[in-house]
Ligand binder design. Structure first.
Ligand SMILES: [Zn+2]
Length: 202
């Protein structure tokens, strides 16, 4: 897999610079366990760490993402390959998130209905019933806020007027009227309000 290749490449370039895992970790302000995770292909450096890491290892981000030293004539081709791969990974992750939202959302609603039914049929005193239903309602409310966050960050909303695609703020999503995932919001570009669809690809 690519991640393993990248890991081995990081290890190779680190040794070339005569650095131990601990020394590299200190330069980047991360733990040596993080370095070991990258080098064994079990994780990737955060995007915010990629530039400093590349500077220390004297490689380009293009080379880091390729997991190898790239010759000049291959540079452009590799760059485009990596760019496409990055877009593809983001799309995949967004699709997964939105599927998760549906699964979680459906399970939460079913659980809530079962709970409310149970509470109604159980032989509780009325105030206890009311308290239990309130508890269940608060729980589903918290779950919805969490699911809404998934919806905010996964993919983009497309303005119906100017077709600008953007990621709105959490507050904007929270207060917008919606039908399913289509939300009535103000576009940050043309400033008009419209029913905006969720799209995965920018
Ligand atoms: Zn617009």
């Amino acid at each position: 897999m690519k991640q393993e290749q990248i890991g081995k490449f990081i290890a190779r370039m680190r040794k070339k610079q005569n650095l131990t895992q601990a020394q590299l970790a200190e330069k980047l302000n991360v733990t040596d366990r993080a370095i070991s995770k990258w080098e064994t292909g079990k994780g990737m450096p955060d995007s915010s760490l990629m530039l400093p890491l590349c500077q220390i290892l004297h490689i380009s981000v293009n080379e880091l993402l390729s997991g190898e030293v790239i010759s000049e004539q291959n540079y452009q081709a590799k760059l485009e390959e990596n760019l496409l791969e990055t877009v593809k990974q983001k799309e995949l992750a967004d699709r997964k998130l939105l599927t998760l939202e549906i699964i979680w959302g459906t399970s939460a609603v079913i659980m809530y209905l079962v709970l409310v039914l149970l509470i109604t049929y159980l032989d509780f005193v009325p105030w206890l019933k009311l308290l239990a239903i309130m508890g269940a309602t608060i729980l589903i409310f918290i779950v919805s806020l969490f699911l809404l966050q998934i919806e905010q960050v996964a993919g983009f909303y497309e303005c119906r007027k100017c077709h600008y695609k953007y990621v709105p703020s959490y507050n904007q999503v929270l207060w917008a009227g919606h039908i399913g995932r289509t939300r009535y919001m103000r576009c940050p570009k043309c400033k008009q309000k419209s029913w905006q669809k969720k799209v995965i690809v920018k």
